[in-house]
Design a protein around this ligand. Structure first.
Ligand code: PLP
Length: 379
């Protein structure tokens, strides 16, 4: 099934809801037994922490988009990530994780899970031999995020899935950057996919949400233990907003990429720019690998400026349409001069690096904005 069909019609049945093309928000905490809502756990609604008809429609769509058997929504990306990790980890487990993963996911593994004796080895992720070398007897999980979101380092998904199977370790990937429109990790043998729906899946910067996708048996276990017991379930209203966002996911992602490619070409020619870091750009050191496992890239990129930090920050403050702030994945362009004050490059950051989210304003407007800001600061 094509993504467009999944996003518009799949798992929808207007005849259930008086012909409404948009399903209702089932804003109900509990569901009583009645004709049509009977039986055991499967197929019966009882309580929204366990299942909800609005949320279920989104879950079916995301599972189909990722070519997974099942999906469950959470109240945040971190709710989904911590549930997926807890599913695979036990006391004294060992984890191999990519060093450049989302900050709180890094902290969850490196700091919080310490209290259960969980140990983690962080790897760069670009070298599969380094990953295999880090695996121990008690390695239960290999945790990936490809591409990562500052340096856009890419991991070889099919090779890592093969290594993990050989060593009886599970693989989980954060696929928030690509969305299933540009990358389907399960088709490369990865066991489980997690997303922050607060980014592109929601797409309008109005929800905090997460989702876990994988084999039905494992997703059911997560629903009955990590989600039901920790309780980080998505609200019906957020599910409805996420559903609304997903309707336009394919067109939005296409346009983010078109705009990002235009901006990359613009930055490439800008004399004060030292490097454009975008996985779909020819100069990216892993461009070939990216092409092998992705079908495009989103609106997030980094640009390394060859300017003193003070001047970088002045240019950033001069911009009108790039708002300063974290996060990404919505309609709006954002900028974050995360590497401006750095003295020198390190493993996860470069000196002079500015991260940009290229929104849906149109590349011409965004180029003019930069042109003006650079001129105002540098003359
Ligand atoms: C934002 C983000 C998360 C966390 O999602 P929340 O919804 O904020 O909890 C996880 N991974 C990546 C790559 C993110 O950008």
């Amino acid at each position: 099934m094509r993504a467009e069909e999944i996003c518009t019609h799949y798992s929808e049945d207007p005849s259930r809801f008086a012909g409404a093309v948009t399903p209702p928000i089932f804003q109900s905490s509990l569901f009583t037994e009645c004709e049509g809502n009977e039986g055991d756990r499967e197929g019966r609604y009882a309580y929204t922490r366990v299942s909800n008809p609005t949320t279920e429609i989104v879950e079916n769509k995301v599972a189909a988009l990722e070519q997974g058997e099942a999906a469950k929504c959470f109240s945040s990306g971190m709710g989904a990530i911590s549930a997926a990790m807890m599913h695979y980890l036990k006391k004294d487990s060992h984890v191999v994780a990519v060093a450049s993963i989302y900050g709180p996911a890094h902290r969850f593994l490196a700091e919080y899970m310490k209290r259960f004796g969980v140990e983690v080895t962080f790897v760069k992720g670009t070298d599969t031999e380094e990953i295999e070398g880090a695996i121990r007897e008690n390695t239960d999980l290999i945790y990936l995020e490809s591409p990562s979101t500052y340096l856009f380092l890419v991991q070889d998904l099919s090779k890592i899935a093969e290594i993990a199977k050989r060593h009886h370790a599970a693989t989980v990937i954060d696929n928030t950057y690509c969305t299933p429109i540009f990358q389907k990790p399960l088709t490369f043998g990865i066991d489980m996919v997690v997303h922050s729906a607060s980014k592109y899946l929601g797409g309008h910067s109005d929800i905090i949400g997460g989702v876990v996708i994988g084999r039905k048996e494992e997703i059911d276990q997560i629903a009955q233990s990590e989600r039901e017991l920790f309780g980080a379930v998505m609200s019906p209203f957020d599910s409805w907003l996420m559903l609304r966002g997903i309707r336009t996911l394919p067109v939005r992602m296409k346009q983010h990429m078109v705009n990002a490619m235009e901006m990359a070409a613009y930055f490439q020619e800008l004399p004060v720019v030292k490097e454009v870091i975008y996985p779909w750009w020819e100069t990216h050191p892993q461009y070939e690998l990216a092409k092998k496992q992705m079908t495009g890239a989103s609106g997030l990129m980094s640009v390394v400026f060859d300017l003193p930090g003070e001047q970088i920050k002045r240019i950033v403050r001069e911009l009108e349409f790039f708002h300063r702030g974290p996060s990404w994945g919505g309609f709006e362009s954002l900028i974050s001069p995360v590497g401006a004050d750095l003295e020198q490059d390190n493993e996860t950051m470069k000196k002079g690096l500015v991260r940009l989210h290229i929104g849906l304003e149109g590349a011409d407007l965004l180029k003019e904005d930069f042109e003006r800001a650079v001129k105002n600061v540098l003359g």
